[in-house]
Design a protein around this ligand. Sequence first.
Ligand code: MLT
Ligand code: ZN
Length: 484
Amino acid sequence: MNEPTRFGTVTPEVVERLSAILGAGGVSVDGEKIAVYSRDEVAERFWDRPYRAEVLVFPESTRHVSEILRMANERRIPVTPRGAGTGLSGGAVPAFGGILVSFERMNRILELDTENLCMTVEPGVITAEITRAARKAGLLYAGDPCSGDASFIGGNVAENAGGNKVIKYGPTGSSVLALEVVLADGSVTWFGGKRRKDVTGYDFVHLMVGSEGTLGIITKIVLKLLPLPAFGVDLLIPFPTVEAAIRFVPRIALEGRVTPASIELVDHHSLSQAEKFLNTRLPFDQAAAHLIVQLEGNDREVVADETERVGKLALEKGALEVFVADNRSSRDKLWKARKSVAEAIMAYYQNYAKEDLVVPTDRVPDLLFAVDALCRKWRMEAANYGHVGDGNIHVNLLMADDRPHWHEDMEQARQELYETVRQLGGTLSGEHGIGLKRKAYLPQFLDAPQLELMRRVKLAFDPNGILNPGKLVFWDKKTGEAGA
Ligand code: MLT
Ligand code: ZN
């Protein structure tokens, strides 16, 4: 049961209204189905209680979304938008019940505009489909979250998903030119356009990006595309220590004079989980850490030259070997291993804290020393991997399955870790978002004036607090939530 709040509830009359808007097939009150849709990749046992929507809806158009919101706003019913459920922060968990909006039926690519190099899509399109459609036209959509084979683009935008190509192309938001948004009262507006520049007013496009569904509901997205690089290679570079791997990262730009598309780190523990999960082996898998460096370009010779330069430099800086994956199958094998680490850890461990920390890139070694010290102190293990080129490390703290009071211990260990991250000039989440999972820690990273500003922005967009309540914003100063 959801706790009583000032919110309106979903009565039979509300379900009837929703059915009138969407047709009977667009509305579900089936408890089992609602339970499945009321979660994301965060295991339910990490929450204080299960959170359940009261009704699940499947809009097929902007008009549907607009009518749902108009009705919900009048009755103060919470509305939680949901993509594919691949999120890692509980962003799509309906914390206050109400209406859960699945975008799986708004899944059309509406336009591929090769003249303006952009694509207009609905929020329920799977990210990888966008990549494929662009590629067919010789174009690149640069968003590349690890869950891209399943995630919806709407969720990527709502969380400003990062992924593997941020170092060169930026996170999802860097590829967003425009958004059609339904505001809390049901009105529909466009932020941005098919323009590469725009200082005509506030940048609402990039306020919406990463706002986790708390300010409006995105119903169309215009994505920027680029020419597809003709050649690409991935270098798999094992190192004898994690520190040597990390210290090599800035040398790639400084001494190698190369901007790779990706620089990813996978430590030994992370790699061995992925190998077990996929029943595969990668070369030199006893090494303490591997880097994956992706290089790309339009001139084969240039890419070959950069490959050689980076490879040579890596060996000079202590790499054990340099493996060059330059064909589809070897590149796919390598990335499959990298992208499966998160799932592998969740498959083999019960008691984990899956973090998404970011520090200035030169502080990554300090972060990982602190993680080592924390592991010794709290008698736990860690698996560290992620987007080292961005200073964004997925530190996974792991405690034994049979450890009593693991939850309390983990909580304290996390607090200590966050304090270190703060001192290193880092922050709480680089790409997974705050959601339900990290909200309590926001005041450690954002000061009071900033939190108050966020609250006021929320108020301006959503005066009744119906949009994805419980996420990101401390709505009511007294109760800390959507109180009286
Ligand atoms: C990744 O980089 O693999 C994803 O962000 C998921 C994660 O590891 O937590
Ligand atoms: Zn990641």
